[in-house]
Write a protein that binds this ligand. Structure first.
Ligand SMILES: Nc1ncnc2c1ncn2[C@@H]1O[C@H](COP(=O)(O)OP(=O)(O)OP(=O)(O)O)[C@@H](O)[C@H]1O
Length: 467
């Protein structure tokens, strides 16, 4: 059962006869927006990040390789296999144990020795979501501050209020045994009286409010005594209007010896450029996603020139294959919605997961999928990043993942990596047309794995793919 919020804010049950589904989707508030607006994924990347955090149940560890770049050859380069070897304050170790952390994650093994060292080392770290970045910088902030001093010593910025709140929760948990630890939230709605300086040692918030508190109007947050500045979700940050400039202005106000750490889940060019403006002489650590999963996935492509032919191919495939759980990826919210409407009209049970839903509704939808209550999920790029389900054995790229008309390899890997997890076999089928055939070729080349042609009208071929 799913719920969709209507214009008047009331929630309705969408487990209704087929003919009303389209109408319901159409009446959802976002469905009335213009195409441009609805396909805009700006806020969606922050939402997706939050979604991942809400849904995450464990650390995402695989056989990723660490790549390190150092500008200062004197900075320490060793990996630390135990938290006990990091010279942490006892109460911080207790906090880690209370959180159930027994040993550092892969990114923490490499990043922590460098960032906890003296003199402080600046760092740019990139690894996918769920690999322990938040825990790493929370530990760094809590290690650097002196709780006997009542002024801000650590500042951490995240792109949205919700993401900042998630970080605050982690820092609170980790610092639960530290006496006199106080944390301030520099987020919208937290009003501060003018000219009364903050006494909290850690400040966590969003760029706009932090800037307001420090550089412009209220003047309650002095940057001058900060020992550590953390910028989280740099990739999401640059999607948010104006955040880049504000961050750069805040960094300009930091003392020279303030340690700067920047974290990002991706490492595309705009992120690198932004990172380099913020962080001087950084050590750069990147955790490269393992491509091992691809060995367990059979990849195919079907030539389809229109929505109609894609739809027919899809129904042929589902008519002939025994599918456990499947995810169908579309490029836009509109395509995803149109597809769900058609499938529902034809009596195929499926659910729509897209940016049209509130974050909590999305989390509930993914939860139903995880529990196996929903077997087929139709979704868009960004919103699907929180999905972590072990039983998906078929992924269909109704549209190939593109980034400014170029193949988006990372997203491709991420999408089809949803099948073939933990050595199970999976199938990925790509629908391509004349305009995207060259994109598929590039994807096959990039990963060095063949993508076989499939005739979706030939029952024998379809049956063979699952054997
Ligand atoms: N060393 C560890 N041992 C066990 N669990 C850990 C460890 N470090 C982090 N975790 C847990 O793993 C999950 C992911 O960690 P964390 O949120 O720090 O990752 P992240 O890379 O910051 O993800 P995101 O980019 O989505 O914020 C969390 O549930 C966290 O509590």
């Amino acid at each position: 059962m799913s719920e969709i919020k209507t214009d008047n804010g009331s929630k309705e049950n969408t487990e209704t006869p087929v003919d009303t589904v389209a109408a319901k989707l159409e009446t959802s508030s976002i469905a009335n927006k213009s195409q441009d607006e609805e396909d805009k994924e700006e806020k969606a990347s922050a939402d997706a990040s939050l979604l991942k955090k809400l849904l995450r149940s464990r650390l995402e560890e695989d056989n990723s390789a660490i790549e390190i770049e150092r500008q200062n050859p004197d900075s320490p380069l060793y990996s630390c296999k135990k938290f006990e070897d990091l010279n942490l304050k006892q109460e911080l170790l207790q906090g880690l144990y209370a959180m159930g952390f027994t040993k550092p994650s892969k990114i923490q093994e490499t990043a922590l020795p460098a960032i906890l060292n003296d003199p402080p080392q600046n760092l740019i770290a990139q690894s996918q979501s769920g690999t322990g970045k938040t825990a790493a910088f929370s530990l760094a902030m809590l290690s650097r501050i002196d709780t006997n001093l009542n002024y801000p010593q650590a500042l951490c910025l995240a792109p949205t209020l919700e993401l900042a709140t998630q970080i605050t929760d982690v820092v609170k948990k980790m610092g639960q045994h530290m006496k006199n630890l106080n944390i301030a939230s520099a987020i919208r709605g937290n009003r501060m009286p003018r000219n009364i300086e903050l006494r909290e040692q850690v400040v966590i918030g969003t760029p706009g409010t932090a800037f307001d508190w420090s550089c412009s109007r209220v003047n309650v947050l002095s940057l001058k005594k900060l020992k550590i500045f953390v910028l989280d979700e740099a990739d999401v940050m640059i999607d948010q209007q104006g955040h880049q400039d504000i961050c750069i202005r805040i960094v300009k106000g930091l003392p020279r010896d303030c340690q700067v750490l920047l974290f990002s889940a991706t490492y595309k060019n705009p992120v690198i450029e932004f990172a380099k403006k913020i962080v001087q002489n950084p050590m750069i650590i990147r955790l490269k996603r393992s491509q091992e999963a691809l060995s367990y996935i059979k990849q195919f492509y079907v030539r389809c020139e229109s929505f109609e032919t894609k739809y027919r191919s899809l129904t042929n495939i589902f008519g002939l294959l025994t599918v456990g759980q499947s995810i169908i990826f579309c490029q836009t919210r509109k395509t995803a919605r149109d597809l769900v409407v058609r499938l529902t009209e034809d009596g195929v049970p499926c659910e729509l997961l897209s940016g049209e839903l509130e974050v909590t509704q999305r989390a509930a939808c993914i939860q139903r999928f995880r529990e196996g209550k929903c077997k087929m999920l139709v979704t868009t790029n960004v919103t699907a990043r929180g999905i972590d389900v072990d039983d998906v054995n078929l992924v269909i790229n109704f549209d190939l993942p593109l980034n400014e008309n170029m193949p988006d390899y990372e997203t491709y890997l991420h999408r089809i990596g949803r099948t073939g997890r933990f050595g199970k076999s999976g199938v990925a089928i790509n629908f391509v047309d004349t305009n995207t055939m060259h994109i598929l070729d590039k994807i096959a080349q990039h990963f060095g794995k063949p993508i076989e042609k499939l005739d979706a009208t030939d029952p024998e071929q379809i049956e063979k793919i699952s054997q």
